[in-house]
Design a protein. Sequence first.
Length: 539
Amino acid sequence: MISSATTAAHHVLRHSVRIIANDDSSDTSRRFAGAIRSELESHGLEVSVISWESNLPMAGVISVVIDDSRCPLLLNSTPARFHQIVSLMAQCTAVLWISCHGGVGLDANPESALVTGLARTAHAENQALRLVTLDIQQSFDSQSKSRILSIVSSLLFRSFDLSSDDVVLREREYIYKDDNLFIPRIVSDDNVNRWMSSGSDRPEADRRQGRDKPETAMDVYGQARRPLNFNPGMTSLVDDLDLIDDNALQKLLDELEVEIDVKAYGVNPGTLDFVCGQTEAPSVVTGCTGIITATGSKVSSLSVGHRVCAFGMIPLANKVRVDGNNTVRLPDSMSFTVGASIPLAFMTAYHCLVPLANLKINQSIMICAATGSVEQAAILIAKHIGAVILAIVSSSSERDSLIERFDMPPAHVLVDDGKSAWGNVMHVTGRNGVDLVLSRGSTALSEERLASAVFGGTIVQIVEIGSSCIEQVRAIPSDQNLTFRIVDLIALIRQRPLEATSLFAEVMSLFERGIIQPKHSITVKPIPQIRDALEILQA
């Protein structure tokens, strides 16, 4: 805050002052222009009031623009008026632009801030220009009149270096409200804070009695000293997500754990369900990459500062603690974003193809909905094994993308347009069908997918936790000797953690040794755009 202007008389200026006001401006704006004229003349200045239709002052003149914040000059400005404003900015060297608030009890109009953007552009294009903006966000009445006029006079003298008695002010933007002058940086908005604070974690009695909601403040997500996490279960809308302090990290680090400063997360539909309160924490885990900031006493293979990839944490905290056995070094050649996309997708695909289906070289696999994250991982793993891959997609554009990304034979990437796609599967396999059908979802498998499997083949269905697969089981023909496997990776991680740890190590080893190259598609969103990422999953 800047103190009020001194009451001592200013030195007489060698510059003249011209106040520019609209002819059709409000009574308050006209009274304001007249009051400023009298104030400046009392300090010995030569002042005149002109309209935009007059010849505007140029070099050697201080221009004071009076703008009614209820109807800003830059809002719906005519081409002629805008040309006058641009000419003023291009040819003048000293401009004080005042947005005045004419009403009583009216909120500040955000459209009056249009001049801020104009000022920043004008300064970039006219190096000689000094344009100072003053946004007066309270009414100009008998109580505030003398204080406001004193502030205007002080700003004019001190901003344009016209008096040797005063300290020169170098700021370009000011706001006057609540009888104080402010330099705007980040301004707290009580209404927005109240809107952001859902307060649903307060006792019902507190809400009924109108007790204050917890305050919400802007903060840096990635700061090292303050663990933060998203507040789940507050709403079903991703627009209403907010951050809370992660008090779980105040406990002592377990001897087998590592603490990671997270750089990237892999998100999936389970992440969306969790942050929207539709799934409990035990039902969702994710993968992340980051840098180790602490290690437990019995962790020997990892050290502080190591770049790592890990799985098994609840999303989307900025710092996490995870079992050291579920954490591996990230290859130096691999970025954090690529690494974060690997754990759940590739663990699921590897589990389906290798230990469950035992897919071998020259055997065939049909991958349904092949553009999904798990399905793309399955393509890379199947290519490593040397299997014959048939990919089913939903559109020609997906087909073209898959062929180019994974260098697949065009005849092996089929568009699911009804019966023809499944007929092509049988044609490619010589009417024998495929050894493995990889599908995802909890709905019953179609007759075409079941018919695509060879006698004695395997069908692996990836489902979400808690899904029922009774319909799939009923649909399987009993005379084909088919093996039907249901895969829920989250359940595997919870029920058989050692098996999941081994699975993760095998997957990451394939990347570390360069056996598999990350060719799968990745959509990268920074944390400030987490809502956009979740909305993609929600769509």
